[in-house]
Design a binder for this molecule. Structure first.
Ligand SMILES: [Cu+2]
Length: 143
């Protein structure tokens, strides 16, 4: 029979199409899951409107010092100060633009930066403790 192979091939290609659809769907599903994961992860950072790729940075407070002393970020970045010291500290902007109040040992303070500039800060409890956040414009189109 001449058509025998044709029918067989047709069945085969139908099966292939089905498999392709399955692969596409599982691909879309994986994409959806990773998208949801990304959304739920980035929700823990404070959201900055207009910035679709929020980023974050951390400053550790330990041994009566901010580490790093100077942190360079881009606009829309959320900075978290983590008090890894045994005493309380504050993160207080010299220009008064932000102030953590007392951060007890083991606690955190979060501040997002939406404007460019150099923000010097200190600890009101230990004025010799100083730090700087340098905020540059986020590159066009984000990261
Ligand atoms: Cu302090």
């Amino acid at each position: 029979m001449a058509g025998g192979h044709g029918i067989c091939f047709e069945r085969f290609s139908k099966k292939m199409n089905y498999m392709k659809t399955k692969i596409i769907y599982s691909g879309l599903f994986a994409l959806l899951v990773s998208g949801l994961l990304f959304i739920s992860c980035s929700k823990s950072n404070s959201y900055n409107p207009g910035n679709n790729s929020p980023s974050s940075a951390t400053v550790s407070i330990k041994n009566m010092a901010f580490n790093p002393i100077s942190l360079s970020i881009t606009t829309g970045t959320t900075v978290t100060w983590v008090n890894n010291d045994t005493t309380a500290h504050t993160v207080t902007a010299n220009d008064g633009s932000f102030n953590s109040g007392t951060i007890t040992a083991g606690s955190k303070f979060t501040q997002s930066f939406s404007t460019t500039g150099t923000f010097a800060y200190h600890c009101t409890l230990h004025p010799e403790m100083t730090g700087t956040i340098v905020v540059a414009k986020m590159p066009a189109g984000g990261y």
